[in-house]
Design a protein around this ligand. Structure first.
Ligand SMILES: Cc1cc2nc3c(=O)[nH]c(=O)nc-3n(C[C@H](O)[C@H](O)[C@H](O)COP(=O)(O)OP(=O)(O)OC[C@H]3O[C@@H](n4cnc5c(N)ncnc54)[C@H](O)[C@@H]3O)c2cc1C
Length: 361
């Protein structure tokens, strides 16, 4: 019998587990094994820690270990606007990381009194007559059940817990594909690509050691594979070395273009991280939102224990919600071709480059 069962040990679930008072009896489940590189399930991700995420790590008193970092570290965003045929460079400070190692590190920080069951698949929950929740998960094809007072869905953008709560339909979903290419010449930029023929969101390239990662978030209803191929051909024409593909991966990504897409849960069931809809609608930055919402729920549990309600947690998340509203206000300057063209044309905040790779698209 547990006080809290958390489904998902990504940045949101791992932060929640770490920050809960030791008085709670907690179980955390994940389908990944977190077995230091042996697990076949990888999280598809760009692996860039934006300044907001760096700030949250600082706030949590954490510094990233060396083994989580990958080269090159990036100081420049190169923006290619195919709609307006403009290219600009901007100074930004990202930390380039190995996503699996980052998640592994956060999991390693979970205190020993928390029970971790990894390599298991959450299946369903059932409300019992005595007010408890029965949680079913599978391990090696066998069903297991546990009882808990509270259930937390920290199971990401395709959250099964959220779906089972009947709140999944509020979300605007994108399919993202990432391909990894072996390269010799690393372009030391995070490249963001805007092209309305491909997506109304954006595409990107990120250098990672001896590879260049090409990704795009494409509206789910569109012909995702064809659009991704079109994007690749356009970039090859521009000289991007996208020839030797060494890995292909995909994931859903959500975009909370309205705060009503956010869901905090219901009764004794709570949602955190991307499962709740917490991710930047303008950049798809999700680490800071995952960790912050995990922390907000932990603080709410620690303060109120068994009297915690969804309304308390929702109130605690006010700053996160406001943050998403501000990003949505900013979005037209990135995603409306005319406005973006005007901003980029003006050159405001951009930097001059001495190196190569800066011909207009
Ligand atoms: C292609 C792509 C690139 C991205 N790049 C970046 C980036 O560079 N920087 C950034 O800040 N954000 C990025 N994001 C967003 C970021 O990855 C997420 O917002 C962030 O990981 C959300 O954290 P989370 O803990 O809420 O969910 P997740 O990290 O998705 O963790 C959910 C966990 O739940 C587990 N799980 C799911 N279902 C089950 C189940 N049924 N049973 C058991 N376990 C389950 C999963 O294994 C996973 O460990 C990217 C997203 C995508 C798709």
């Amino acid at each position: 019998m547990y006080d809290i069962v958390i489904v998902g040990a990504g940045p949101a679930g791992a932060t929640l587990a770490r920050m809960l008072d030791s008085t709670f009896n907690v179980l955390i489940l994940d389908k990944r094994n977190f077995d230091h590189g042996i697990c076949p399930i990888n999280k598809c991700c760009g692996g860039l820690l934006a300044p907001d995420a760096q700030k949250v790590l600082g706030h949590l008193g954490l510094g990233i270990p060396k083994n989580v970092l990958v080269g090159p570290q990036l100081f420049t965003v190169k923006t290619l606007d195919f709609d307006n045929h403009i290219e600009r460079f901007y100074q930004r400070h990202y930390i380039n990381i190995d996503r699996e190692k980052f998640d592994q590190w956060l999991v390693d920080l979970i205190p020993e009194h928390i029970t971790c069951h990894f390599g298991v698949q959450y299946k369903k929950y059932r409300l019992l007559a005595d007010g408890q929740i029965e949680v079913t998960y599978t391990h090696d094809g066998k069903n297991h059940t546990v009882k808990t007072s509270y259930l937390v869905g920290a199971d990401g953008g395709f959250s099964l817990v959220r779906k089972q709560l009947g709140q999944g339909q509020k979300l605007q979903r994108y399919a993202s594909i990432q391909e990894w290419y072996r390269v010799n010449d690393l372009m030391p930029y995070f490249t963001t690509i805007f092209d309305k023929d491909i997506t109304d969101f954006y595409s990107w390239t990120i250098p990672k050691e001896n590879a260049l990662l090409l990704g795009s978030a494409i509206p789910f209803r569109n012909d995702v594979t064809n659009r991704f191929q079109q994007l690749k051909q356009k970039l090859i024409k521009k000289g991007f070395p996208l020839h030797t593909c060494i890995k292909r991966e995909g994931a859903y990504i959500i975009r909370p273009t309205k705060t009503k897409a956010l869901s905090y849960g219901k009764d004794q069931i709570f949602l955190v991280g991307e499962a709740a809809g917490f991710i930047s609608p303008s950049s798809a930055e999700g680490f800071s939102y995952g960790m912050r919402s995990g922390l907000k729920l932990a603080n709410a549990f620690n303060a109120l224990e068994r009297t915690l309600t969804r309304q308390h947690y929702e109130k605690n998340c006010r700053s996160l919600r406001q943050n998403i509203s501000v990003k949505n206000l900013k979005a037209p300057f990135m995603y409306h071709a005319f406005l973006r063209g005007a901003v980029m044309q003006s050159g405001i905040f951009s930097m001059k480059m001495n190196g190569q790779h800066h011909a207009a698209p």
